[in-house]
Design a protein around this ligand. Structure first.
Ligand code: HPA
Ligand SMILES: [Zn+2]
Length: 316
């Protein structure tokens, strides 16, 4: 199975943080455009800094990088660059996240972010034939109150996103912290997803299912530690948006040869392949598939099932 075969396979990307698609070259270009001084001398020095021992070390850099995003045009350019990458790799449907609080906390109008992103998604549909929709993600290291405020702020733009999500520092911030915000979002008609079981324990996956009533679990690889949870995920065919290269970069697994994605697939779980933060983790969807082929011996049949799972796990 060569790269062209994997590219031709129709794929959906269901776990992608737009802020994590900010390539170093674009980060420097936007810094120049917005008169912002970056703490790295050049693109090479920035790439050198992409070495992480855990999720938090990555997040510290990711929030720093997002600081170059200021105008509606910046958000448009970021999203458009991502969509062109998708187009080149046979990704035909996308359901990206954005983190409004990363931007509103530094004084960027909510409207600038969501309008720039939505306009690019609309152009992606018209010009590239890529379908999809946007997920508004709450930062779980911030308070419930701030999540409620963010949802409130988003209401005038309710037709521009279809679901809410939960991301950022997982440990110590269980899904239960956001039970009431998610209930409100669901009552408003939004679907729900949540990061759970990336660094956090299986208990957080149970909570995401039972308290947040999510339609998908983002990551979920630590479900492997809990046989009863594996049975539930298999029985209910809950989609898991697994991100192999991310998990290696953030030391969730020591190396790709030890990743459990194919074991989860063979146990009957509804797993999909995604890139998470491709600019930081060394690859988009295609590179995640090729890594599974090269390091885990993924077969053509498994690749087909993974891609089909992603298409079937679409929510819009
Ligand atoms: O992998 C992730 N986990 C949690 N929060 C995130 N925000 C961007 N990427 C991630
Ligand atoms: Zn993620």
């Amino acid at each position: 199975m060569n790269d062209a075969w994997l590219t031709a396979l129709p794929k959906a990307e269901l776990h992608l943080h737009l802020e994590g698609a900010l390539e170093p070259e674009l980060m420097f270009a936007l810094a120049r455009r917005n008169n912002i001084e970056l703490p790295w001398a050049d693109v090479e020095a920035l790439r050198q800094a992409y070495s992480f021992n855990n999720l938090q070390e990555f997040l510290d850099l990711y929030y720093q990088g997002a600081n170059v995003l200021r105008t509606e045009q910046d958000f448009y350019d970021l999203t458009w660059a991502y969509l062109q990458k998708c187009h080149a790799q046979g990704v035909v449907h996308v359901e990206p996240f954005f983190d409004p609080q990363t931007h509103t906390e530094r004084g960027i109008p909510f409207e600038a972010a969501i309008t720039g992103i939505s306009t690019a998604l609309r152009d992606g549909r018209a010009q590239l034939g890529i379908t999809g929709g946007l997920i508004l993600s709450f930062l779980r290291h911030l308070s419930e109150e701030e999540a409620f405020q963010t949802l409130q702020q988003a209401m005038p733009f309710r037709d521009q996103f279809f679901a809410v999500g939960l991301d950022s520092s997982e440990k110590g911030h269980p899904p239960s912290k956001f039970e009431r915000v998610f209930a409100k979002a669901r009552a408003e008609g939004f679907l729900a997803v949540a990061h759970a079981g990336e660094e956090g324990p299986p208990e957080y996956i149970w909570q995401a299912l039972d308290l947040l009533k999510v339609n998908r679990i983002d990551h979920g690889v630590r479900a492997a530690e809990d046989p009863a949870l594996l049975d539930r995920l298999a029985d209910e065919q809950v989609p898991l948006t697994v991100c192999p290269l991310s998990n290696i970069k953030l030391c969730v697994f020591p190396d790709m040869a030890q990743h459990n994605i194919l074991e989860l697939l063979e146990r009957g779980l509804n797993v999909t392949v995604n890139s998470d933060d491709p600019a930081y983790f060394g690859g988009y969807v295609l590179e995640n598939f090729t890594a599974l082929r090269d390091s885990l011996g993924m077969t053509e049949d498994q690749a087909r099932r993974l891609a089909l799972n992603s298409m079937n796990a679409r929510l819009v």
